[in-house]
Ligand binder design. Structure first.
Ligand code: CMC
Length: 437
């Protein structure tokens, strides 16, 4: 399934005076890896790589990323062209099926999205059980997990039904996201409509109300499509790896995605978009003195980090951040919105990019740095930002789950460790124990 090439090259490893030859595999873009599968059996050694900084966990044909050159493509198509020319629905189809849809495939897929848009009425009662001010990510992951109780019908043959399951998830997660917002506002729910496109439908469910009908604005719809496309996939990031690890135990798609949503929640990952806005807001409230935050980020004794900066893989500009920065300026102009946070973000970026600390460590703005300003301009509240990221990342998670499920090299994910605890010691009866001191 995946086009890995087993090269003639061998990696030579000398251990305890013995030489071992390990196979080298290569991907379609020339990336190489030493296959260490047989290393422990042959040598008794394992490799150590905390945080998986240098570990390939699978071969994948979904997304290519070159962090040194700032290149990103989905299924071979450059992210710039996809963001400029496609809708999120087309890109979701591309990610999950491997090719851009024909007109007919697109309309069939859109019809499926329409068909699956509602959620079971009994699920709606779940929203009432959450306390006010519950984090929307907690609500989202719980609701997605519970989908397998309400829609168990396709779970036995997941690969045969993957198209329907993907459409069901893409459509229902959008509805769940909008309903969780309406519930948090204490407003009546707005149901999905068949006559609206994916993004227009979402915006309508979020902002329509019995007292003020929502008028779908083309600029806003385009901006939302672009943001969701740019979040569509990012190869083996923390949440996608989580989906793969959980799914590797042959867990159903809904539960695997729910686990991915929880991983995305973290402020070092998808939660960064909310954290950026909170940081910019704080700087604004304090009179715009962002230099203090740059100094704090550089202080080795301060745990503070400049959120929206840095990336595990990109050692140059994040190509998504470039597109989002431009889109941010365009959207604010088109909507005639003046946001002082955009000026602060621009100044912060300029100062950070000329500072030795950030230059030496290759720290550039990432996808989360400017996205929140667009979300704010189109009316999405800050606590929903990470939910928006989840909505965008959903087709990527589905594509990876499907690829993993179908991979002939699939094994349950189970890393090893080096044990550094006590050596074996005699058991102590309770009357002679001193306890933990
Ligand atoms: N502000 C200040 N210093 C930083 C930052 C930052 N945002 N990011 C990294 N560094 C420093 C870090 O302190 C370390 O310095 P030193 O070598 O002196 O110890 C060096 O840069 C390397 O950092 P690292 O923690 O080893 O890098 P990592 O690859 O483990 O972490 C990261 C990547 C994204 C978690 C990190 O850059 C970070 O915490 N950024 C802020 C949070 C953020 O914006 N996250 C969104 C990431 S993009 C979207 C997504 O994945 O969801």
């Amino acid at each position: 399934m995946t086009n890995r090439i087993i090269t003639d090259e061998k990696a030579e490893l000398i251990l305890d005076g013995k030489t071992y030859h390990l196979p080298v595999i290569m991907g379609t873009e020339g990336e190489k890896a030493i296959d260490i599968k047989s290393l422990r059996a042959q040598t008794g050694y394992i490799t150590m790589d905390s945080g998986f900084m240098n570990t390939g966990a699978c071969c994948s044909s979904i997304t290519f990323l070159d962090g040194e050159e700032g290149v990103l493509s989905y299924r071979g198509y450059g992210i710039e062209e996809l963001a400029e020319n496609c809708t999120f629905v087309e890109v979701s189809y591309l990610l999950d099926n491997g090719c851009l849809p024909s007109q007919e495939q697109l309309s069939n897929f859109s019809q499926m999205l329409g068909k699956y848009a509602m959620i079971h009425e009994d699920m709606i009662r779940f929203f009432d059980g959450f306390p006010p001010n519950s984090p929307p990510m907690a609500i989202l992951s719980s609701m997605v997990n519970s989908l397998c109780s309400f829609y168990p019908d396709m779970l036995d043959n997941p690969l045969e039904n993957i198209d329907k399951m993907a459409a069901r998830l893409l459509s229902k997660v959008r509805t769940i996201a909008a309903f969780s917002y309406k519930k948090s506002m204490g407003q009546p729910l707005v149901y999905p409509r068949h006559d609206l496109s994916y993004c227009a439908n979402f915006l309508n469910m979020m902002f329509d109300s019995p007292v003020k009908p929502y008028e779908v604005d083309d600029t806003v719809v385009k901006a939302l499509n672009k943001l969701l496309i740019l979040h569509g996939d990012h190869e083996q990031n923390c949440s996608t790896s989580t989906v793969r690890v959980v799914g590797s135990a042959r867990v159903n798609l809904y539960a695997s995605i729910s686990a991915g949503i929880n991983a995305l929640w973290g402020p070092l990952h998808g939660g960064a978009n909310q954290a950026v806005m909170e940081m910019l807001d704080k700087i604004h409230m304090e009179g715009g003195n962002f230099k203090k935050y740059i100094e704090r980020a550089k202080d080795p004794n301060d745990p503070f980090r400049l959120v929206g900066f840095g990336h595990r893989v990109y050692k140059t500009h994040d190509p998504r951040a470039r597109i989002i920065k431009k889109a941010c300026e365009d959207v604010l102009n088109a909507l005639n919105v003046k946001d002082p946070l955009l000026d602060i973000a621009r100044e912060l970026e300029a100062v950070a990019l000329s500072d030795e600390y950030f230059i030496e460590r290759n720290l550039y703005p990432n996808v989360d740095f400017y996205s929140g300003i667009i979300y704010r301009a189109i009316g999405i509240p800050t606590n929903m930002f990470t939910v928006m990221f989840a909505l965008g990342r959903l087709p990527g998670w589905i594509a990876h789950w499907k690829e993993m499920w179908d991979d002939p090299d699939w094994r349950i994910s189970r890393p090893r460790q080096i044990y550094v605890g006590h050596k074996r010691r005699p058991f102590v009866p309770i009357e002679r124990r001193t306890g933990c001191v």
